[in-house]
Design a protein around this ligand. Structure first.
Ligand SMILES: *Cc1c(COP(=O)(O)O)cnc(C)c1O
Length: 357
């Protein structure tokens, strides 16, 4: 246990001393009154529903509902405009452009690298092992005094697997920067969330999203869970009204229907098993990787040709065939039973034409 992590040591100095923008809604938080403080339109909106008032900058009501679901205090929750926003804000909070580095473990989600590149932050890549696990020794060997963030995606996109607990623990203990565990697909696995370890590891940050299990990709809301100190920093550097009023309304409604989310997840898990079985029975499929997410990574004899054929059939999957360690693979999102049947029928048709049996 060599960890001597201190948030103030890795924050960029100007972020630490920054005075945030103070909005009208920060300075007066009451709900009733004559509001002449924010230069809003007093008559209403051009739309049927009124959106003339600025939304709650800290999403108080949503956090009240979310906190018990995640078994964490509201002061340790940050909501962003998609997960993309906390990914961007974390990079900005700790990485000095032109100097600092982050570590990613390909094949993985693309946004960590894009965000670093936008900020002129160097990305050091440590490939996953051939069974898609973290190469802990190689990751720790790649750490330098300029390494500020290690990005871990679990369950990982596009490989679908969960990263071993001991590997993540070892990185948390031996690295004095932020360790971000992106759990966008946590609802599709039995593996527990890292949220429960936040007390134990001050350098741990957990990301989740409303885009997948909750079916709310269109409203763009991502969750970030971390120490009170780090959440305070993210709140300080975020755009003041980063979650729109329609998004907040949809979320409040959605959080009343956890049972609907659970039913959709159960259906997706059932379809995942059935789609996996059907794919495994096709001659043109070499391998279906086990999945703890809402997609399958599938290796084909000729991924490119299958991809082109499916596009002709207006079935769109994600081509990962040129990604290192995913050679020959397509990533297929679990659809409805009907959509999955359409996919399988299409692949059978392709097989009859192209594969000598
Ligand atoms: C889909 C996905 C997200 C979600 O991104 P949003 O911006 O919240 O929609 C985050 N991380 C990973 C790894 C994903 O695959």
């Amino acid at each position: 246990m060599s960890n001597t992590f201190e948030l103030n040591k890795i924050l960029r100095p100007h972020i630490l001393s920054l005075a945030p923008y103070s909005s009208a809604r920060d300075e007066y938080t009451g709900h009733v009154g004559v509001f002449l403080d924010a230069n809003e339109n007093p008559y209403g909106s051009v739309t049927l529903e009124n959106f003339n008032r600025y939304p709650d900058p800290h999403q108080h009501d949503i956090k009240q509902k979310l906190a018990p679901l995640k078994n964490i205090g509201t002061e340790r929750i940050f909501l962003g405009n998609g997960s993309d926003e906390p990914i961007d804000l974390l990079t900005r909070a700790v990485c000095t452009p032109g100097k600092d580095h982050v570590i990613i473990m390909p094949p993985t989600y693309g946004m960590y690298e894009v965000s670093a590149s936008i900020h002129d932050v160097e990305v050091d890549k440590v490939l996953l092992t051939t069974d898609y696990q973290i190469n802990v020794k190689a990751v720790l060997d790649a750490v330098t005094p300029d390494t500020k963030i290690i990005w871990i995606c679990s369950p990982n996109n596009p490989t679908g697997n969960v990263m071993q607990q001991e590997a993540i623990e070892s990185i948390l203990v031996n690295f004095n920067g932020l360790v971000v565990v992106d759990e966008a697909y946590i609802d599709f696995t039995e593996t527990p969330s890292w949220i429960q370890h936040l007390d134990q590891y001050p350098n741990l940050v957990v990301l989740q999203t409303f885009s997948k299990a909750w079916g709310l990709a269109g409203i763009r809301v991502g969750m970030c869970f971390a120490s009170v100190e780090l959440i305070r920093i993210l709140n300080k550097i975020k755009p003041p009204y980063n979650i729109s009023q329609p998004a907040q309304q949809a979320l409040l409604e959605g959080l009343q229907s956890v049972d609907k989310k659970d039913r959709m997840v159960a259906d997706i898990l059932k379809e995942r098993t059935s789609l996996c079985n059907m794919l495994e029975n096709l001659a043109l499929v070499i391998k279906v990787y086990p999945s703890d997410a809402n997609f399958l990574l599938v290796q084909f004899e000729d991924a490119k040709a299958v991809m082109d054929y499916l596009i002709q059939e207006t079935i769109i999957v994600r081509d990962r065939s040129r990604v290192q360690l995913c050679e020959g693979c397509l990533r297929v999102t679990i659809g409805t039973q009907e959509e999955n049947t359409t996919l399988i029928e299409s692949l059978k048709k392709y097989q009859q034409k192209n594969v000598a049996v």
